[in-house]
Write a protein that binds this ligand. Structure first.
Ligand SMILES: Nc1ncnc2c1ncn2[C@@H]1O[C@H](COP(=O)(O)OP(=O)(O)OP(=O)(O)O)[C@@H](O)[C@H]1O
Ligand SMILES: [Mg+2]
Length: 287
């Protein structure tokens, strides 16, 4: 049975190869752009901080950044992650690579005539991960987003050597995207901790759409070789600022499986919880 933080989540490969005995963080990727990677990453960072974990954050590559000059471009994602984790690290370490145009990194780099510096990412990650006990790193787009001519987000994950959490939309059409992403992660021999389902959009207006939203988790449970680590409800943008810790922390507590939150406090493989079966049983097709 699969356990959180257990290499056996990765079918067809040995534990030894794929899961470090102790993880210094997680890499948050998604099935697409705009699925809620930053919101989930910020929520987990804020929760970790409130639980006493010295958490660092990183958005290694961002596009659609604002700012007057290339050297001072600001990525909203990086700013939000830093605010949630309550860190005052140099923004250039949190987001070493930024482009102004809101494109895939390879396209933005070609148009800006400035290629992605992998050594800069490596140095920034090294600095932050030696400074903090646990790192939450947000990717860009999904797994196969091109970063340069030969490399994608998969190579970024390999570089930082962190286990992966996949954020997926909760709505009709999610099953295919989620299963494709998990399958590709496995094909690339990445250690996958599990999937977070996120209701980015308000509940569907039509009954069919609402039914898909309710039944998707149960179907995914039956198909996925990894656990569903959380199901995030849609957060109406009212009350406390959606990106504030006051809003994010209760959202995480309501949405994330307690076993995964416990794992975040003690991210060792040994003694991982028997999560897959338990989490699957919590999703019922009939509800
Ligand atoms: N559960 C939710 N409830 C309400 N709004 C949400 C929810 N999840 C995400 N959003 C909103 O959806 C938008 C996209 O979310 P977010 O920026 O986290 O996605 P992303 O995957 O990080 O996008 P990108 O690929 O641009 O980095 C944001 O405006 C965010 O506030
Ligand atoms: Mg983001």
């Amino acid at each position: 049975m699969s356990k959180i933080g257990d290499g056996s989540l990765l079918s067809g490969s040995s534990k030894k190869e794929n899961c470090p005995p102790f993880s210094r963080g997680i890499f948050i990727t998604g099935t697409d752009t705009g699925v809620g990677k930053t919101m989930v990453a910020a929520g987990l960072a804020a929760w970790c901080r409130s639980a006493g974990v010295d958490v660092g954050v990183m958005k290694p590559i961002a596009t659609g950044c604002r700012g007057a000059r290339a050297k001072t471009l600001v990525a909203d994602d990086a700013r939000r992650l830093a605010q949630a984790a309550d860190v005052d690290d140099d923004p250039r370490l949190i987001n070493p690579i930024g482009y102004r145009e809101p494109l895939a990194p390879y396209a933005a780099a070609l148009r800006a005539r400035r290629s992605v510096s992998w050594p800069a990412i490596r140095r920034a990650f090294h600095r932050l991960s030696t400074r903090h006990a646990f790192m939450i790193v947000e990717g860009i787009g999904g797994l196969l987003v091109p970063i340069d001519r030969a490399r994608t987000v998969v190579d970024l994950i390999r570089m930082v050597q962190l286990p992966v959490v996949i954020v997926a939309r909760m709505r009709l059409g999610t099953l295919n995207h989620t299963l494709l992403t998990v399958r590709e992660a496995q094909r690339q021999k990445l250690p996958v901790l599990g999937v977070m389902l996120n209701a980015v959009d308000p509940p569907a207006r039509d009954a069919g759409g609402r039914l898909a939203e309710r039944t998707n988790p149960a179907i995914l449970c039956r198909y996925l070789p990894v656990p569903i680590l959380g199901t995030f409800a849609h957060q109406p943008h009212q009350g406390p600022q959606p990106w504030s810790s006051a809003a994010l922390i209760p959202w995480v507590k309501r949405s994330v499986e307690p076993q995964f939150l416990r794992w975040l406090l003690n991210p060792v493989r040994k003694g991982g919880v028997d999560s897959h079966r338990t989490l699957c049983y919590s999703h019922n097709l009939a509800t």
